[in-house]
Write a protein that binds this ligand. Structure first.
Ligand code: UD1
Ligand code: UDP
Length: 371
C-alpha cells in the first residue's frame, strides 16, 4: 500500500479554527492523505481555543508548539524556530495556512525556507492598510506561498495585480461559511446563551482591533458609542482578552459592566456566539470573519474600521463601514434577514474543492511556484 500523504493544517488563533475544521474533516474522509493539526498556541485560553476544538469536533492538536503571546517579533520568531524544527523532524507533503494571523506568515516562512510546498486558504484579501498587522501577514504569505486559494474574485484580481502567476490562483470560495453551513441546524436548535434576550430585539458587538482598542482616546470614543447604543438597543458584548485588558487599564471596564442594556461576557464559543448573532437585529464589530458571517446570514453589520479586506461584504452583502464615532447613532430598526443573498461559492462546499485540488496538486508532484 502506498504511504498516505501528510498535510499540515496550521491553527493559531480564534479565527483559524472555523477555517481549518471543515478541511480537516474533509481530508480525514479521503483515503490518500493524513491531515495533521498543528497549533502554534498564539491563543491559549479555554474560550479562545479549546472551546472551538469541542464545537467543531476536532481532536487535540497532533503538534502543539506552545508559543503563547508576546510582541509580534517574538511570536513570529518563536513560531519560525519551533515550526522549522517540527518540519525538519518530519516534513509533510504540504503545509496549509489559513487567514492572516502571525502564524500564517511565520509557518509559511519556515516551510518555504525548507522548500516545502505551502497552500494559503483565504489568499488574496487586501485592506490596503499596511498599519494593520494582518495586512503585512497577508502580503508576506502570498508573496512566497505556492497555492493561493481565494474566497472571492476580488482576491484573484489582487493577486494577479501583484504578479502571482494565474496558474497558482484557485477561486475555491469561503471556507468559514462551510463551518456556518454545517453548524447552522445545531446552532438554531440550541438554547440562547442569554434567555432573557431570546425573542427580543438586541444587537451583538465585538471589538479587538489594535486601531480601536489600543489607543486610549479611541477606546473612550468606542465605550461612549457602545454605551449610547445600549441605551437604545440591548447589546451583547463578548470581550476579547486584548479589549478586556485595555478597558481594565483605562479604568473603563467597571462602567461598561454597569451600563444599562449591556450584557458583557467572556468570549463565547462558536455555537453560542452564532446563536446570539442569529437572533440579532444588528451586529457592530471590527472583526474580519464576522463581516462574512453576517453577510451570509443577511444580518445588518456595521464595521467600525476605515477599510475592509473583504469588500464583497460591502458591495454584495449587508456590511457597512462606519467610524467608531458613528456607533452611538446607528439605526436600530433595520429589517433582519432582508438582504440575505448567496455569494459565489459561499456554499458550504469549499473544503471539498480544496481537498480535490490538493489531491491533483500532490499527484502532479507538488510543483513549487516559479516567479
Ligand atoms: C490576533 C490576530 C488577529 C485576529 C485576532 C482574533 C495577529 C497579528 N493578530 O489578534 O488578526 O483578528 O487574533 O481574535 O495574529 N490573550 C489572552 N488569551 C488568549 C489570547 C490572547 O489573554 O488566549 C491576550 C494576551 O494578553 C495577548 C493579547 O490578548 O497579549 C493579544 O493577543 P494576540 O494573539 O497577540 O493578538 P490578538 O489581538 O488576539
Ligand atoms: N467568534 C466567536 N466568539 C466570540 C467572537 C467571535 O466564536 O466571542 C467567532 C466569529 O463567529 C468568527 C470568528 O470568531 O467565526 C472571528 O474571529 P475574530 O473576530 O476573533 O477574528 P478576525 O476574524 O477579526 O480575524
Amino acid at each position: 500500500m502506498t504511504k498516505k500523504q501528510t498535510i499540515h493544517l496550521i491553527g493559531a488563533a480564534r479565527p483559524n479554527f472555523m477555517k481549518i475544521a471543515p478541511l480537516y474533516h474533509e481530508l480525514k474522509r479521503r483515503s490518500w492523505c493524513d491531515p495533521v493539526l498543528v497549533h502554534t498556541g498564539q491563543h491559549y485560553d479555554q474560550g479562545m481555543s479549546d472551546v472551538f476544538f469541542r464545537d467543531f469536533g476536532l481532536p487535540a492538536p497532533d503538534l502543539a508548539l506552545g508559543i503563547g503571546g508576546g510582541t509580534h517579533g517574538e511570536q513570529l520568531g518563536k513560531v519560525v524556530m519551533a515550526y522549522e524544527k517540527a518540519l525538519t523532524d518530519a516534513p509533510p507533503a504540504l503545509v496549509t495556512v489559513v487567514g492572516d494571523v502571525n502564524a500564517t506568515a511565520a509557518c509559511t516562512l519556515a516551510a518555504k525556507k525548507l522548500n516545502l510546498p505551502v497552500a494559503h486558504v483565504e489568499a488574496g484579501l487586501r485592506s490596503r492598510d499596511r498599519t494593520m498587522p494582518e495586512e503585512i501577514n497577508r502580503l508576506v504569505t502570498d508573496s512566497i506561498c505556492d497555492l493561493h486559494l481565494t474566497p472571492s474574485q476580488d482576491a484573484d484580481e489582487n493577486l494577479l495585480a501583484e504578479g502571482v502567476p494565474a496558474s497558482c490562483i484557485h477561486f475555491v470560495g469561503n471556507i468559514m461559511i462551510d463551518s456556518l453551513v454545517a453548524m447552522q441546524p445545531a446552532i438554531k436548535a440550541q438554547p440562547h446563551p442569554f434567555p432573557q434576550l431570546d425573542g427580543r430585539r438586541y444587537g451583538v458587538a465585538t471589538f479587538h482591533r489594535p486601531a480601536n482598542v489600543d489607543d486610549g482616546a479611541m477606546l473612550k470614543v468606542l465605550v461612549e458609542g457602545l454605551t449610547a447604543l445600549a441605551a437604545r438597543l440591548p447589546l451583547i458584548l463578548p470581550l476579547h482578552p486584548r479589549t478586556r485588558a485595555r478597558l481594565q487599564a483605562a479604568g473603563l471596564l467597571a462602567g461598561l459592566e454597569a451600563t444599562a442594556g449591556m450584557t458583557l461576557c467572556e468570549p463565547l464559543g462558536y455555537t453560542d456566539f452564532m446563536r446570539c448573532v442569529f437572533g440579532a437585529a444588528l451586529v457592530v464589530t471590527d472583526s474580519g470573519g464576522v463581516q462574512e458571517e453576517t453577510t451570509y446570514l443577511g444580518i445588518p453589520c456595521f464595521t467600525a474600521r476605515t477599510s475592509t479586506e473583504r469588500p464583497i461584504t460591502v458591495t454584495l452583502g449587508t456590511n457597512r463601514l462606519i467610524a467608531v464615532a458613528d456607533i452611538a447613532g446607528l439605526p436600530v430598526d433595520a429589517a433582519h434577514g432582508a438582504q440575505a443573498k448567496p455569494l459565489p461559492l459561499w456554499d458550504g462546499k469549499t473544503a471539498v474543492r480544496v481537498a480535490d485540488l490538493f489531491e491533483m496538486y500532490l499527484s502532479a508532484g507538488a510543483p513549487l511556484r516559479q516567479g
